[in-house]
Design a protein around this ligand. Structure first.
Ligand SMILES: [Zn+2]
Length: 218
């Protein structure tokens, strides 16, 4: 049943979701277990700290107001333009956040139909999506932020090292940021599965099974 699955997902902690996020990063093989744990911890802290700073600055204003005050443009589009990849929101530098309305509405309906609102602490899906993308804007404009500075060595020749950032670091932090900003008790990574359900139940169940493997430290 879907309720049980949501119960399970909301009880996965930030560290475990971090392991899940890492597992999907193309560069995961370049990071030792130990460094991976450290990165997950720091990325979660980074997102949380940025959210606390913002809350202090804007005194608990609704996210839409914060976005306006930060001169971010917020637009809604009906479709995501591609059939192979389901998108819910995206950030484009320097200051645009796009929400794909149809996908957002489908997940809202799914939550309503399955009476998941209470379990999900009456989250506003749009605010959650906006918060996540807002973090990408913040990290884009802060050269010193942790998520943009953690690099892994891909290869080296002599003294020369080629380094790269990891996509998952910013994603982990963006989720921690949204969690703190919206004051919810579960990690919004839950929506990775939840948002798939209205589109493809089989795929959602497959992803759920994959995520089960991260509970309890793997
Ligand atoms: Zn993101």
């Amino acid at each position: 049943m879907i309720e049980e699955k949501i119960d399970f997902l909301i009880n996965i902690n930030d560290e475990e979701w971090g392991q899940y996020a890492f597992s999907r990063d193309p560069l995961k093989g370049k990071v030792s277990e130990e460094l991976r744990r450290e990165i997950i911890k720091k990325a979660n802290e980074c997102g949380k700290i940025e959210a606390i700073k913002l809350k202090e600055k804007y005194k608990d204003s609704p996210i839409k107001k914060i976005i306006k005050k930060m001169n971010l443009e917020f637009i809604e589009e009906d479709s995501n333009g591609t059939e192979s990849y389901i998108m819910f929101a995206c950030y484009n530098s320097p200051n645009k956040i796009t929400i794909f309305k149809r996908n957002k509405m489908l997940v809202e309906e799914f939550i309503k139909e399955n009476k998941l609102n209470n379990k999900l602490e009456y989250i506003d899906v749009e605010s959650m999506l906006l918060a996540h993308e807002l973090f990408h804007h913040i990290e884009e404009n802060n050269k010193d932020i942790y998520t943009k500075n953690e690099k892994v060595v891909l290869w080296k020749i002599g003294k020369y090292k080629y380094k790269s950032g990891l996509v998952c670091i910013g994603e982990i932090a963006a989720m921690a940021f949204a969690k703190e900003l919206l004051s919810i008790n579960y990690n919004p990574y839950v929506f990775d599965v939840l948002m798939l359900y209205p589109h493809d139940e089989n795929k959602a169940n497959e992803l759920y099974k994959e995520i089960e493997g991260f509970k309890g430290g793997h």
